[in-house]
Design a protein around this ligand. Structure first.
Ligand SMILES: C[S@@+](CC[C@H](N)C(=O)[O-])C[C@H]1O[C@@H](n2cnc3c(N)ncnc32)[C@H](O)[C@@H]1O
Length: 380
């Protein structure tokens, strides 16, 4: 794929919504549901083709993806000359402003071009030379809008991207304080998606901490686009100038229906975590829609309709000690036995979880919580 064929192909953009290991298929599914063309999962995310308007919509609506990048060029490069040529072929003069900050980051994995710093400086030099050749000998003060550009080499394939999201998409804007071991919002949304819970079914998190799983489920049930309370890097890009960004946001606001949230509740042993959860619920605009209480999982007894327990218990790696965690996993087994008809899902990095829980999971999925390899276990 050469520069002229990719990111700036007439009115269509080639994009990748990046995602953490194990969630790429979920992101491809989200893109398909949003009606994005040619959406398909690959390592590290899901590709799709779209208009600038659709790329903006993807930033606002994707729940499980980390960022939306425009792929500007992609080609085999084994020499710096080849990389320079590839970058020079991109129509930067249409993408960037002359006063912008061209922030080039880099990545090199199993490639002949191994020096990340050299790849970054070659890329930047090629950008400036292309701009000068098209616009003239202007100064580049680098005081304006930030353009996060990445040059990534993987097995000698160079890919040049422009990040449309800026701050990663997990930063929805509702979490201003992190508890001790919070779950990233995008991972929480992925777990909600992987669980058997769907809007209308009862949901309970017995170790809710700062409330991320419950908030992500409520946002989904209410059709609240997760990016509505934040801005994106592309708000200031020339490519997005003609996009009716306010109109798109207004339409998404009209879609919100909080009456669909249903019975979503949680508890935690720690009153400080619950204070943060309450604050986050409020900041997510969900005040009064999620019930929270201070309770030990061991004492929990819920009456009424069965539903789904979804939780992120301590793993004994970052919080608490191993023995206590193992006892808690056994108590989780007890919780499920005390609640016939309920299902339970948990994410854990402890390979012995099932043994302590007392039962093998019905299904499992390997995922990463940050750098920690984990399993998402579903008991149905
Ligand atoms: C990994 S954190 C959960 C983080 C949460 N998903 C979030 O996004 O903030 C685990 C939580 O389990 C809670 N916890 C530990 N033992 C518990 C128990 N016996 N009963 C209820 N909650 C417990 C801790 O207080 C902590 O908030």
């Amino acid at each position: 794929m050469t520069a002229e064929m990719t990111g700036m192909d007439e009115n269509r953009l080639q994009c990748i919504a990046t995602a953490s290991f194990g969630t790429e298929g979920l992101v491809a599914g989200e893109l398909k549901r949003l009606g994005m063309k040619d959406a398909r999962a690959e390592n590290g995310g899901a590709r799709f083709s779209c208009t600038a308007e659709e790329a903006y919509l993807a930033n606002l609506r994707l729940r499980c993806a980390d960022r939306v990048l425009i792929i500007l060029a992609e080609e085999e490069c084994r020499t710096f000359e080849a990389l320079f040529r590839l970058v020079s072929g991109i129509p930067w003069e249409r993408l960037l402003t002359t006063d912008g900050q061209y922030n080039v980051s880099g990545k090199c994995v199993r490639s002949q071009l191994m020096s990340i710093r050299d790849c970054q400086s070659i890329t930047k030099k090629a950008i400036i030379e292309r701009m000068r050749s098209r616009i003239g000998r202007v100064a580049f003060p680098e005081t304006g809008v930030a353009f996060p550009i990445e040059v990534s080499l993987r097995q000698d394939i160079a890919r040049i991207t422009l990040d449309t999201s800026g701050t990663a998409l997990n930063r929805r804007g509702y979490r201003t304080w992190n508890g001790e071991a919070p779950l990233r919002e995008t991972l929480a949304a992925s777990l909600v998606e992987l669980s058997p819970w769907r809007p209308g079914i009862r949901l309970y998190d017995p170790c809710c901490g700062t409330g991320t799983l419950l908030i992500e489920a409520a946002l989904r049930a209410a059709h609240r686009a997760p990016g509505l309370n934040r801005e994106f890097a592309c708000d200031a890009y020339p490519t997005f100038r003609l996009v009716d960004r306010q109109g798109i946001r207004d339409r998404l606001r009209e879609d919100i229906d909080d009456s669909r949230i249903g019975d979503i509740a949680g508890s935690d042993i720690d009153p400080e975590a619950l204070k943060l959860a309450l604050r986050h619920v409020r900041q997510a605009g969900l005040n009064g829609r999620i019930s929270l209480s201070q309770e030990r999982l061991q004492d929990l007894q819920l009456d009424g309709e069965p539903g789904v327990f979804l939780c992120n218990p301590p793993y004994g790696e970052r919080l608490g000690d191993k023995k206590e965690c193992e006892a808690l996993y056994a108590d989780m087994g007890g919780l499920l036995r005390r609640h016939p008809g309920w299902k339970l899902c948990a994410i854990t990095s402890d390979p012995m979880f099932e043994r302590f829980f007392g039962r093998r999971a019905t299904r499992k999925r390997r995922l990463y919580n940050g750098r920690l390899e984990c399993e998402f276990l579903v008991y149905e």
